[in-house]
Every structure is written in C-alpha cells, then in structure tokens.
Ligand binder design. Sequence first.
Ligand SMILES: Cc1cc2nc3c(=O)[nH]c(=O)nc-3n(C[C@H](O)[C@H](O)[C@H](O)COP(=O)(O)OP(=O)(O)OC[C@H]3O[C@@H](n4cnc5c(N)ncnc54)[C@H](O)[C@@H]3O)c2cc1C
Length: 509
Amino acid sequence: MSHELVQIALAPPSDRSQAMAEWLGDYARRRIHSRLIDERRCIPPYVALDFGNRGLLGMQVPAEQGGLLGFDHQEYFWTLRQLGAIDFTLAAFVGLNNCLGVRPILRFGNPAMRERYLPALARGRILGSFAVTEACAGSNPAGIAAVAQRQAQGFVLSGEKWWSGSAQWSGVINVVACHHDDAGRHCGFVALCVDGDQPGLRHGEEALTLGLRGMVQNQVHFDSAEIGADRVLGSPYAGMSVAADTMTYGRLAIAAVSSGTIWRLLQLMVRYTGRRRVGNSLLYGNDHVQAVMLEHWRAASALDLLVRRIAVVLDGGASLPTEVYAAAKLVATELLWAAADSAMQLLGGRAYCENNPVAQIWRDARVTRIFEGPSEVIATYLGQQSLRRESPLLQHLQALDTGQASKLQAICDSCQSTDAKSSASNLISLGYATAWTLLAVYVQNVPELVGWVAVKRATVAERLLEHTTRTLPDADSLSELIAKQIGLIRLDRAGEQVDLDPYFYDRFP
Ligand SMILES: Cc1cc2nc3c(=O)[nH]c(=O)nc-3n(C[C@H](O)[C@H](O)[C@H](O)COP(=O)(O)OP(=O)(O)OC[C@H]3O[C@@H](n4cnc5c(N)ncnc54)[C@H](O)[C@@H]3O)c2cc1C
C-alpha cells in the first residue's frame, strides 16, 4: 500500500493550536469517558467548566470582548478536528456553542449584547444555543410558524421550536421567527437573542436521540414572551440572513470535525486489523482490507486540505461563495458516514458491541447527513447553482482551476440535454458532482487525490444519464400494497408513567 499512500501531514497552524491539541489529548486520557457520557445522556459539568476555563467554548471571541483564545479560522478548525478525533459528541457540543451560540452574537449582536454574553459564553459560564427548527420547518426553514409580533417596546414572541441543541442548559438562545408588524402583516424574519431567564420561555420535551446522547436537544416554547427591541440580531427584517450565516459557517465546522473523526476511525481499523488473525494471516495483509483503509486515508487527507485551504482564505479576509461551505459539508459527511460504516464492518462483532468505541461513533456520525441541511437539500441547492451560467460557484471554480470547471460544465450540459433535467434526483446527482468537483479543485496539487475524487464524480454523473422516471402509486395505495406483504403492523405501547402524581402538586385537583 505504501507506494499509493498520499502523505500530507498538515502542520498545526500555530504553536498555540498545537498546545491546545496536546492539552486536549492529555485531558481526554485522564478525564473523558465517552461511554459514560453516552450512557448517562449527559456531559459531566466538570468537562464543560474545564473547557470553559480554557476558552474552548468561545474560541474565536477576541480578548477585548472577553475571549481567552481569539483563535483565527485555521486554529479554530484545527481544534475542532482534534476534538472530532477524541469524542464526536463533545466536538458537536463545543462546535454548537461556538458556531450557533457565539457567532450570531459576535457578528450581529449590538455592543450591549456582546458585552453581556460573549465573556460568559467564551469562558463557559453560560452556554448558548440556536432555535430555528420547528415541527413543520426542518429542511425548509422558510416554513417557520413562530411569530414575533411587533409592538411598541419590541416583540411578542409565540411559537414552538424543536431539537434545539443545548437549549435546556443555555443562558442565551438565538431564535429565528416570522416578523409580523403591528398590523399582523408578515415582513420577513427576525433573529432574536433571547435570555435564558426570559419570562414566557418554557423548555419542553427532550428528544431521545440515536447519537449525540451526551447533549440535550429539546423543544422550546415561547408563550407570548415580551422581547425588547434591543434584542434583535442584525436587521429586524433579515433574520434568515443571520440564520444562513450561522448555518453556513457551521457546515465548515462539521467538515473539520468529520476529518478528525475519520482519522480516529482509521486508527481503530489499523489497530484491529494489525492485530487480528483470521486463519493464518493478519486482516491487515488482506488487499481488500487495505483498499478500504486507503479509501478513508484519502478521505481524511482530502478533507484536511479542503478545510485548511478554506480557512486560509477566510483568515486572509476574503469571502467565499456559500456553495463552498455547502459542498464541504456534503462531501465531509458522506465520507464520514462511509468511514463509520466501514469501521463497523471491518471490526466485526466487536464494533457492534457498545463497550468498544465504534458503535458510539457510528451512532453519533449518522446525524451529520441530516442536520445543518440534509444531504439531499444541500445537493439540490448545489445542482441548481451549477445550472446557473453566471453563478458565483462556477466563477469561483473557474478562477481556481479551469480544467475542473470545464469538466463540471460538461456534466451540466449533459444534464441539460436529458428530458428530466430539473427532476429532483437529477439535481441531487448534479449537486454531488458539483461538490466532488469542488473537492477536486481544493486538492488540485495532489494528483492522486484528484484522481480519487474524479472517480466519485464520474459515478454520480453516470446517474444523471440514467434518466428513468419512477412513479409510485399514491401513498395510501402503496400502504395497502405493503400491508399485503406484511399485514398492518401496529405496536400499541402501554406507555410509561412520567407525569408527577397529583398527590404531589402544590394544589390537589
Ligand atoms: C441531534 C440533532 C440536533 C439538532 N440541533 C438543532 C439545533 O441546535 N437547532 C435547530 O434549529 N435545529 C436542530 N436540529 C434540527 C435539524 O436541523 C433538522 O432535523 C433538519 O433540518 C432536518 O429537518 P427534519 O428533521 O424536519 O426533516 P424533514 O424536513 O422532514 O426532511 C426529512 C428528510 O427528507 C428528505 N428531504 C427533505 N427535503 C428534501 C428535498 N428537497 N429533496 C429531497 N429530499 C428531501 C431528506 O432526506 C431529509 O432528511 C437538530 C436535529 C437533530 C436530530
């Protein structure tokens, strides 16, 4: 295998990020028990406090605004990568606080908000969260039904948010709601920085999630909460821009965490296959096994380069089209999921046992293809952008690598020539082709990685040309057909006693 291995050992971007990675490694050995965090569905308070004391919960908050680290983009993503290698749940917890809690206030908050919350967030004295999702607004945030009704002093906020990470534990929640003027007319969206003690804010049920069990995800209710006008993040009519900026940057954080986690999965694969004998030989010597590990080695190397190069651009003060962040999240989470599933397969029964780490990583990793924009939604968006002749994405690709840009253009042209050019599945395949092209551009100086990505792009491009229109009967008819196969399966659960017995209420009914 060695002759095929691309060896790109990225150096830490700075001495202080190197020191932080070393501290995290040492701390993890002594203090982090991932399985207990998962089983107890709770991150121990000392971990949040220790991370806060190190500034990890607000890494990019500058010293003059109360931060301890003032990390640039490269340092920040490097630290998230290391956390992703140590414990995915903790990486998500830290990433959420930084991206979804701190960033909206840092970028869109007024001076009073920044003064009040940033030092406390950066030092972990309080946590922050972000509440956009609702029952009918998940992959389509524009479906938000929560209303912030304008009144003389500010807004009256009513509605219900779902799956808000860390919300129950937070001292501040960034909330996006429909902005209604005092006559009840819809005038865009407003993002509000809501204090954890806000009257009218009520926490609802916690979700029993498959992974990320150590963090809380809960419903948040707003019962006519009166929020001052000084609580608006950015323009009161452009709350969706605040949400977009927040989620866009969060997508890059997910890519950084993913690369760290893939390296960790690979480490576990090498440890196991290098020691496990099947018959007379080590698994490690099997060429299929080597091909699997080579795939994930390339994936982690490519993601490292992608994230680093994007971070260098951002640190230079330039901006990038939002499609770049979307593509980074799309490819990173697909590559992470592939690595998690390979590790599950390669480590056999031991991977399936919860005393070993792979099962937990596998469960944790699965959500990355769902949250911060499900893969299909991101791919559709990228596909649509590629079909726009003058899109910033194509211009960006052309500026960096005309060869790759023209390859994507050829795929777009063949897509345009099919009858189903704007079908959902075609746009999704085109979106994947776009994302792989972007990865190819960002690893362009490593020919082996470019070739590896080209194969992935060719595979999705082939799907574009398949063009088979599949139609199903309506959902009720299909349900009936399924029932003919397996009957009408129904599980009537007896339920669980969860509510407080009336004897213990302050008033007996
Ligand atoms: C662990 C966890 C943490 C979360 N944290 C937060 C948080 O902190 N704050 C917050 O606001 N939200 C949070 N969320 C919510 C998360 O962002 C949403 O779950 C996500 O946006 C998807 O919405 P949905 O679940 O309603 O899926 P739906 O909108 O019901 O979509 C279901 C599936 O349909 C498919 N689909 C959807 N649209 C299309 C399309 N156009 N084309 C093709 N296929 C499509 C996709 O496969 C998608 O996964 C969290 C969720 C989880 C599970």
